[in-house]
Design a protein around this ligand. Structure first.
Ligand code: BEZ
Length: 262
């Protein structure tokens, strides 16, 4: 097993702020599309499971409903407050610095790892948190995910002299890259694939951008922010909106199932 080095920790991590109400309105697809990884996780009653990047706890609650003893971790105070109101056991912990030791049967993660740009630290913490032969199961943005959206943001950001560190700051690896990181971190990779998943956006592209693109858009004060959002939308319209005005996000998921060494 390869240990992370100081270089692995060096990359700055941009701060993404979340609004619980925006997330509930514009991000519900995150929960609606989780069926395949839920089945891959195969949670059983009595199992102890960590939900890494639990957000507002929508999926944490579903794992709990299966009879598992589930702990959620996230960095957003606002989303954690909503999860607590649902009666869930959640804690504020950075996914790069998980502090659990050999206590989980499985670590589950959905739509969170693309925010964690130091994957070796994350994988090392997951390996530490799992019991021998524990499962690490999840899905996040893979190589090519939101390529059109990220390109439009970069184009508008370059014209506006934006902060490059906050411009589309996501980790979208190939299966080869992430599979190698998992293997180096002490995991046997049982399944790993890129899954194209065009996602209809019920609240349009503006809802997506204002919810998931805040690390970029928040650097602009209003009314400039609304102009910048409008420019990104107009660049995207020919590719991601159909003739009836229905928007679809160009999501590509990296789905994986790995097992910690015995
Ligand atoms: C995604 O779910 O694919 C995603 C979310 C936030 C930023 C970028 C991508």
């Amino acid at each position: 097993m390869t240990q992370p080095t100081a270089r692995d920790a060096a990359l700055p991590t941009p701060v993404q702020r979340w609004s619980a109400s925006d997330y509930a309105k514009n991000g519900r697809f995150v929960q609606e599309f989780a069926g395949p990884i839920f089945r891959l996780l195969g949670a059983k009653p009595g199992e102890r499971i960590l939900d890494l990047g639990c957000g507002d706890g929508a999926l944490t609650a579903e794992i709990k409903a299966l009879g598992a003893d589930v702990v959620g971790v996230d960095l957003s105070d606002e989303l954690l407050a909503v999860a607590r109101m649902k009666g869930l056991n959640v804690r504020k912990v950075d996914g790069h610095a998980l502090d659990f030791v050999s206590e989980f049967d499985a670590v589950f993660t959905n739509a969170a790892l693309h925010w964690m740009r130091k994957p070796k630290l994350v994988i090392a913490g997951v390996a530490r948190a799992l019991r021998p032969r524990g499962r690490f199961v999840g899905e996040f943005g893979g190589h090519g995910n939101v390529a059109a959206i990220a390109t439009a943001i970069r184009a508008v950001g370059a014209l506006r002299g934006s902060d490059p560190a906050a411009t589309a700051p996501w980790f979208f690896p190939t299966t080869e890259e992430y599979g190698r990181l998992l293997a180096e971190g002490g995991f046997t990779v049982k399944e790993i694939a890129l899954v194209p998943r065009p996602t209809p956006l019920k609240t349009g592209m503006e809802g997506w951008l204002r919810t998931f693109g805040r690390s970029f858009f928040d650097q602009f004060p209003e009314p400039e922010r609304s102009e910048v959002v409008g420019e990104v939308i107009e660049l995207l319209r020919p590719s991601l909106s159909d003739t009836r005005g229905q928007w679809t996000a160009d999501h590509i998921r990296l789905r994986f199932f790995a097992e910690r060494a015995a």
